[in-house]
Ligand binder design. Structure first.
Ligand SMILES: [Zn+2]
Length: 343
């Protein structure tokens, strides 16, 4: 890692000011190469942006994510195929059902987030809130599985989205939400939030016991941050305001009256190939990037497979660069699962 200097900045998680180390990180997703100061707390280990840019607009250009309303899955019709796909998806989120297990292996669904719900004790009557959910794809899947009380919020969508199936995504933040919820989840949105403490405290107020808050985030308690430093792709300056260490998350959770009940590592080969590109000054969204098609990339498909294997090994050692953290209001909210990637 490159040389860093000690800076006089107060950690927003633990208030420590001593021996915090400063770094300069560049915007490399789009290759703007604007520079941003970050610092790493010597006490809790949290890496954080020194000053939050006043205008984040240039860093979320159109096409950053698709916020177009998704095509809702067809209303469940009593067809044999739909019945089988429901069995598969129920298995994905519960690990129950022999036939579902077989179908899950035979017909895997790419980018499926349902497996992250395995440790959460849910019923179809559970109230589920998805924060920073874009067009609400996961909520549509849950609705198709019989979950009636689901809601999404995302401040960056153009307007509220109302699907025929009854799913709503509101153009709002968590602080606009009231009522009681059994699961509040953040799939790679929490690291973009500038007030993590207030956010978790509001979650704790909204959670009905036993209550679970699921945070899927990158972590600096990882090989990738230690090895790549400011070229680590998931630092993602300036969009990621906080890159949490395990210690920082423990502190934040305790400040909100929550406890980390389970951690499931799910990092992928992305941490290697994209960080290797940054080392060579290749932006993520550039023609030479692996994202743009393997013919223009410095990496072959077999290189990528090797990176994925290395990521699996890191996950098994709890050293991958991202994980799902299950914060529980009471221990009964979360059931422990076997270690490793839920996919
Ligand atoms: Zn700190």
């Amino acid at each position: 890692m490159e040389a860093s200097t000690v800076v006089n900045a107060e950690c927003r998680i633990c208030s420590n000011r001593d021996n915090n180390r400063g770094y300069i990180a560049r915007e490399m997703m789009f290759g703007l190469r604007h520079t941003f100061s970050y610092f790493e707390c010597s006490q809790c280990g949290c890496l954080q942006i020194a000053t939050i840019p006043r205008d984040m607009g240039p860093y979320y250009p159109s096409g950053y994510y698709s916020f177009e309303p998704a095509s809702p899955p067809p209303e469940p019709r009593p067809s044999f195929r739909n019945y089988l796909m429901t069995l598969r998806d129920r298995f994905a989120m519960s690990r129950r059902g022999v036939l579902g297990s077989l179908l899950f292996k035979m017909y895997p669904r790419r980018d499926n987030l349902l497996p992250f719900l395995v440790p959460v004790r849910l019923r179809t009557s559970s109230r589920i809130l998805d924060v920073g959910c874009g067009n609400g794809q996961l909520l549509l899947q849950l609705r198709a599985l019989g979950f009636k009380h689901v809601l999404g919020v995302d401040p960056f969508i153009d307007r509220d989205i109302h699907y025929d199936s009854g799913v709503t995504v509101r153009k709002a933040t968590l602080f606009d939400i009231s009522g009681k919820w059994d699961l509040i989840m953040f799939h790679h949105s929490f690291e973009h939030i500038s007030e993590p403490r207030e956010t978790l405290q509001h979650c704790a107020r909204l959670l009905a016991p036993p209550g679970c808050c699921l945070l899927r985030i990158p972590t600096v308690s990882s090989y990738a941050w230690e090895h790549y430093g400011t070229n680590w792709v998931q630092l993602d300056a300036p969009r990621h305001f906080f890159l949490y260490s395990i210690r920082a998350l423990e502190l934040l959770s305790a400040q909100a009256g929550l406890k980390i009940a389970e951690v499931v590592y799910d990092s992928s080969g992305f941490q290697f190939w994209a960080s290797e590109q940054y080392v060579r000054d290749i932006p993520l969204r550039s023609e030479q990037s692996f994202c743009s098609g393997s013919s223009t990339s410095m990496f072959s498909e077999s290189d990528i497979l090797k990176f994925d294997e290395q990521a699996k090994a890191l996950n098994a050692m709890r050293r991958g660069d991202q994980a799902a953290f299950y914060l529980a209001k009471t221990p009964a909210a979360v059931q422990c699962v076997e270690r490793g990637n839920p996919e």
